[in-house]
Design a protein around this ligand. Structure first.
Ligand code: ADP
Ligand code: MG
Length: 235
């Protein structure tokens, strides 16, 4: 469904993603792991239409994503959970969720989608009139994921959803992602938490200094001595 070929993305003069090719098949859970500064956010933001594409192509089905503005992408089944969550802290939980369904097709299903999000995250129903900024980090991440689900995506992009969360909350976030995937949604998960990302992904790419340096099934990659040392704590 998502196919990226020979992609370069730059910030001004500085090329942060170089010659990246990757694919996500329908209903597949794929992870891109790599250290801080590797280019993970640059890559996912380029897919989401937030950064211009230099060389290369990004296709979703038979559409060229580079040609579409970011606000149109949700119409084609793509939703992003951005790094740092990016909620409106002075708006309520429910108002934040409602922002996620601006495509007409999603809007007509808003009540149903909201009910589904609350079924997935019962705590958000309890807190729906509270200001998003008053929630814990874990609950805010649930709002950010719920907001993306309001668009009823077929491909969900997640940028380091575990960042800054306590270990017990991180476990919950990964369970939620696995559950979304089990419901039939394709997922592209960018993470530094390699152990947890490998545990739920069918395939993985390792990004270092803007380039893909390894790819394969997590179990295979975990056999690689260098990857084990760099990312899996030499187990
Ligand atoms: N807005 C920006 N302007 C200039 N350089 C940037 C910007 N955002 C990121 N970079 C640079 O691009 C590289 C990749 O960053 P990023 O995509 O944020 O990596 P990651 O998400 O893997 O930590 C880094 O060298 C970073 O300093
Ligand atoms: Mg990042």
């Amino acid at each position: 469904m998502l196919e990226i070929t020979h992609l370069d993305v730059a910030h001004g003069e500085a090329v942060a993603v170089r010659d990246v090719s990757l694919r996500v098949r329908p209903r597949e859970l794929v992870t891109v792991v790599g250290p801080n500064g590797a280019g993970k956010t640059t890559l996912i933001n380029a897919i989401a239409g937030l950064l211009p594409v230099g060389r290369g192509r990004i296709r979703l089905g038979d559409r060229d994503l580079a040609a579409l503005p970011a606000h149109e992408l949700c119409r084609y089944g793509l939703a992003l959970v951005p790094e740092g969550r990016r909620l409106f802290g002075a708006m309520t939980v429910e108002e934040n969720l409602e922002i996620g369904c601006y495509a007409r097709s999603a809007r007509s299903r808003r009540a149903e989608s909201l009910a589904r999000v609350y079924a997935t995250f019962p705590i958000l129903r309890e807190r729906r009139r509270q200001l998003a900024g008053s929630l814990s980090g874990g609950q805010q991440q649930m709002v950010a994921i719920g907001r993306a689900l309001m668009a009823r995506p077929s491909l969900l992009l997640l940028d380091e959803p575990s960042l800054g969360l306590a270990p017990a909350i991180v476990d919950q976030v990964f369970e939620v992602i696995a559950g979304i995937h089990a419901d039939g949604v394709a997922v592209l998960l960018v993470e530094q938490n390699v152990v947890q990302a490998f545990a739920i992904a069918a395939r993985a790419y390792v990004l270092e200094q803007g380039r893909i340096v390894a790819e394969g099934a997590p179990a295979e990659l975990a056999q690689d001595a260098r990857i084990r040392e760099a990312y899996l704590g030499r187990q």
